[in-house]
Design a binder for this molecule. Structure first.
Ligand code: 5GP
Ligand code: 5GP
Length: 220
């Protein structure tokens, strides 16, 4: 009997800062509110990405299983609230969700079908409640500056897991929080210690950050 094992080792669950600040805006020429309205002052989901322990990752694994919004119709209102797009021109989010499913989701389809994949990401965000964790430690989306170490240690003590934080630079050269990475087991439901941390661009951003040891969590 053939056992259909999963062909990846873990997931990165990646959240992006939406309005504190909308750091995505500084990675692109512009950014736009979704057609469904101004996003909450919260984190939004970027994606749930199957990865290998060596740091590499599969992508675009199944062209025969394209994104089909009718498979997640019961999740749409939660998707709009928790997984909004900041890309221009303004959209409802479905282009972003389709990109994430086609590129990443198809690589974990032996474990999670489309409904399972998007449902898992929504459930992870709810279980984590990152906004509440930060706000109860006095870290608010108020345009203030907070140290990287305080943000990491607050998350570590609330969840038991140390997140990996990616920053970018705003127009004025301030280092700002961009994305927060957590690691998830292959079932898509449990937080785990990261087998490997992301690398690439992120290293130099963190390097640049050391000279500017405060994160700007500004209003958009
Ligand atoms: P960037 O070049 O901004 O770091 O990443 C661009 C895109 O590449 C991400 O949005 C994601 O789709 C993919 N990517 C980057 N790093 C990783 C990674 O470590 N794992 C996976 N699965 N995808 C990644
Ligand atoms: P990745 O390949 O990096 O997983 O996904 C990023 C792709 O989704 C890019 O093509 C980007 O333009 C698009 N995208 C649409 N909306 C958003 C958004 O709100 N945030 C990010 N990071 N990418 C978005």
């Amino acid at each position: 009997v053939l056992s259909l094992g999963q062909d990846f080792d873990f997931f990165y669950f990646v959240l992006q800062a939406m309005q504190w600040p909308g750091s995505y805006c500084d990675t692109k020429q512009s950014c736009c509110y979704p057609t469904t309205g101004k996003p909450d002052a919260d984190f939004g989901i970027h994606g749930l990405w199957p990865n290998y322990k060596d740091g590499s990752y599969p992508s675009n694994c199944d062209p025969n299983d394209p994104f089909d919004q009718s498979k997640i119709s019961d999740l749409i209102s939660r998707m709009q609230q928790n997984w909004p797009t900041l890309a221009c021109p303004s959209g409802s989010g479905s282009t972003f969700w389709a990109h994430e499913w086609d590129k990443h989701g198809t690589c974990s389809e032996t474990v999670l079908d489309q409904h399972g994949y998007f449902g898992s990401a929504l459930n992870l965000k709810a279980k984590l409640d990152l906004l509440q964790i930060l706000q109860s430690a006095g870290i608010n989306p108020d345009g203030g500056y907070y140290s990287l170490s305080s943000i990491k240690s607050v998350i570590q003590s609330a969840t038991g897991y140390s997140p990996w934080i990616e920053c970018n630079v705003d127009e004025s050269g301030n280092s700002q929080l961009y994305q927060i990475y957590f690691c998830i087991d292959t079932s898509g439901s449990n937080f785990i210690t990261c087998p490997v941390l992301p690398h690439g661009k992120c290293d130099s951003t963190v390097e640049a950050f050391r000279q500017l040891p405060c994160w700007r969590l500004g209003a958009w």
